[in-house]
Design a protein around this ligand. Sequence first.
Ligand SMILES: *Cc1c(COP(=O)(O)O)cnc(C)c1O
Length: 390
Amino acid sequence: MHACQDSAGSNPQTNMRPLQMVDTKTQYLKIKQEVDAAVISVMESSQFIGGKVLNDFAIHLAEYNGSKHVIPCANGTDALQIAMMALGLKAGDEVITPSFTYIATVEVAALLGIKPIFVEVDKQTFCLDPKAVEQAITPKTKAIIPVHLYGQAANMEAIMDIANRHQLFVIEDNAQAIGNDYTFSNGTIKKTGSIGHIGCTSFYPSKNLGAFGDGGAIFTDDDALADQLRMIASHGQSKRYYHDVVGCNSRLDALQAAILDIKLTHLDEYIVARRKAADFYDKAFSGHAKIEVPFRDNNNKHVFHQYTLIINDANRDELSQFLTEQGVPNMIYYPVPAHRQKMFDAFGGSDFNLPTTDWLTERVISLPIHTELDEEQQQFICNKVLSFLE
Ligand SMILES: *Cc1c(COP(=O)(O)O)cnc(C)c1O
């Protein structure tokens, strides 16, 4: 997934702009003046850590997300780790997570000695299957960690209901879905990342709200939890040089905050551009016998961090290779599900039997999607996919 710059060679027979999985450069050039001025201003102030720029960004992000507190941190992986530490999760506890996800979600649990209990995802949404979650609960379970994969929200209404009934914490991994509006059956609308006890996100450059380096943030409405999260992210200190708990050092720097503060004002238009690109692909592919276009659940508004197809009755790996040869970047997110990673051998990863996860892992393929795709590029991509699958 960390392949944000893998551009394919430009095509000799057209003047088409080169295809890339993500085009952060063109996106930057459109806001260059604003961004450059903000970066220079931070450099002239020499306030590189903390300070007003960072605090302003945290306030703006909290407003955007409808969360009471935002704790900026160094990256999305740290955000998840700090969340688990702040909730008091410890070695021997269990957390319920999908296996069909990016490794960071579960790696930090293992790092803390917490056992990841891998459960199935829903075949349509690619996100945690609430029925599987309920079945996996044991007396050791402390938290559920739904991942809003590819930009689509997990079934948060069902997950919150299960968590409330069993008194479990919910940590949302919102690294891929910032800006998604989730609607509950009573009509309440909330942003993903503001629904669970804690939400986590990443500002990795290729994410929908991407920094020019690493960054992350933690969301919560709970005042006491916010204090705890802030303390853990800052060497466990309640007051400078007074360290109450074992923490870590996880900061978002002011340069990244300045850039993100500007990009946040564009996030909604970026999401619109991603949805428009997804609509174009949907139109080209829907109804094709061998292609399943991304499902759009009516309880949330997909933000298309990825545009991921399911390929049926054709060799997905051969399609991927063909596209690469034809100059169409494409990715398999993710080629090995978490429970089958060597990393989890010691946690009994291979004991889990997850046929839906395996089924999806063999069939998914992600096409270029970002804010700067034009129709000529998309038509070229669609033609190549369709020519292989005929
Ligand atoms: C990107 C990502 C993370 C980790 O974020 P980093 O900033 O790269 O540490 C965690 N979970 C998911 C689902 C992600 O996509």
